[in-house]
Ligand binder design. Structure first.
Ligand code: NAD
Length: 351
């Protein structure tokens, strides 16, 4: 067996239908009593309902969370937390809302209770991100790791099938890259393989029956595992490509992950045979890359970069950007190889 280092991340996870009812107890458990609830404008009603449910435990709602945490929003939310004398944050929503809570915790040490409503997995990671003038900076800091996470599948029932599909593929991407990460270790590999299996089994049911609570629970379980994988080991080529494409061409986050994943997986197939074996086993397919492509297709998710707004004229520049400051990757990164990968992803070819 290869040597490894594994750092366990300290988070308390409460899982199950209606577990949101335990939120007041969980706030108290942290020694807090004045929660600032955070949401996006689209989930304002859910945020307000939570403030009402929390009663004396809530001091207010800040409902301006936005994708990639604009620095102005982070400042405004920090000021609101100060003004209201909040002693903890409750983030109800996807990665954008959790990201805003992290931006507050980064400068204030306020503990975060996360209530995820997508499969993004940010709630299990110490990774923060802030965007200023179109440029996203990210970092790792243990202070931003939520102290408590409540996974209530009821809250995911409203997620439209299209977002469920791409958000789920985003979580699968965390699992796939964890399997060939530089810090690969047996615990995270076990978690990642199980995460892929849970998501691959549940997502096709969810796109047909978005109200299926059993499948919703299983997908959320997979997303939790994906978040653990993302929080514990570094990511590779796939994440580098998605950050470059998302940041430079403003492509939508979860859709970009969905389109790129089969191609990044194919790029690494020869260099990471054990990882491929685990992915294929979890998907019950012969080939990891083709299996991921077929899963996305079965979910009705976009298959090509062209479909999600990329321009053919930008592919050369995107390849140039993607080979700058490369992340660790099992297969060597070459400009030619990346340009071919991007061309395949642009056309939506089956790997
Ligand atoms: P999101 O949080 O931006 O949500 C997308 C939209 O869906 C929003 O309008 C939101 O209000 C809505 N929504 C969320 N849950 C819903 C539900 N159950 N029903 C109906 N609508 C719902 O999307 P996301 O994909 O969860 O997060 C993406 C962001 O998270 C990106 O900025 C990404 O970089 C970040 N992220 C960070 C990490 C990390 O570890 N730091 C991990 C994953 C993602």
């Amino acid at each position: 067996m290869l040597p490894f280092v594994y750092q366990m991340l300290p988070a308390r996870v409460i899982f199950g239908p209606r577990c949101l009812e335990r939120l007041p107890d969980e706030i108290e458990r942290l020694g807090a009593s004045r929660a600032l609830v955070l949401s996006t404008p689209e989930q304002r009603n859910g945020g307000l309902a939570l403030v009402e449910r929390l009663g004396e435990y809530a001091v207010g709602l800040f409902d301006r969370a936005a994708m990639h945490v604009p620095v102005e929003t982070a400042h405004a939310a920090r000021e609101e937390a100060n003004r209201l004398g909040a002693d903890c944050c409750v983030a109800i929503g996807g990665g954008s809302t959790t990201g805003l809570a992290k931006a507050i915790a980064l400068v204030s040490d306020l503990p975060i209770l996360a209530v995820p409503t997508t499969y993004a997995g940010s709630e299990m990671t110490p990774i923060w991100g802030l965007t200023e003038k179109g440029r996203k900076t990210t970092g790792r800091d243990p202070r931003v790791l939520p102290k408590t996470v409540l996974y209530d599948p009821h809250l995911t029932l409203t997620m439209p099938p299209s977002l469920s599909a791409t958000s789920g593929m985003n979580s699968i991407a965390h699992c796939v890259e964890a399997l060939y990460a530089q810090e690969v270790n047996p615990i995270i590999s076990m978690i990642a393989e199980e995460g892929i299996r849970a998501l691959a089994e549940s997502l096709p049911v969810i796109v047909k029956e978005p109200g299926n609570l059993e499948a919703r629970g299983r997908a959320l379980y997979g997303a939790w595992l994906g978040g653990m994988a993302l929080g514990s080991v570094g990511m590779a080529l796939h994440h580098k490509l998605c950050h470059t494409l998302g940041g430079s061409y403003n492509l939508p986050h979860a859709e970009t992950h969905t389109v790129v994943l089969p191609h990044a997986t194919a790029y690494n197939a020869l260099a990471a045979p054990e990882a491929m074996e685990r992915v294929a086993r979890a998907l019950s397919t012969e080939s990891a890359a083709a299996g991921l492509y077929d899963l996305a297709a079965a979910l009705g998710a976009p298959a090509s970069l062209a479909e999600i707004g990329m321009k053919a004229a930008d592919l050369d520049h995107a390849a140039d950007l993607s080979v700058q400051d490369p992340y660790y990757n099992p297969s060597p990164i070459t400009r030619e190889g990346i340009r071919t990968l991007l061309g395949n992803a642009f056309e939506g070819r089956r790997p």
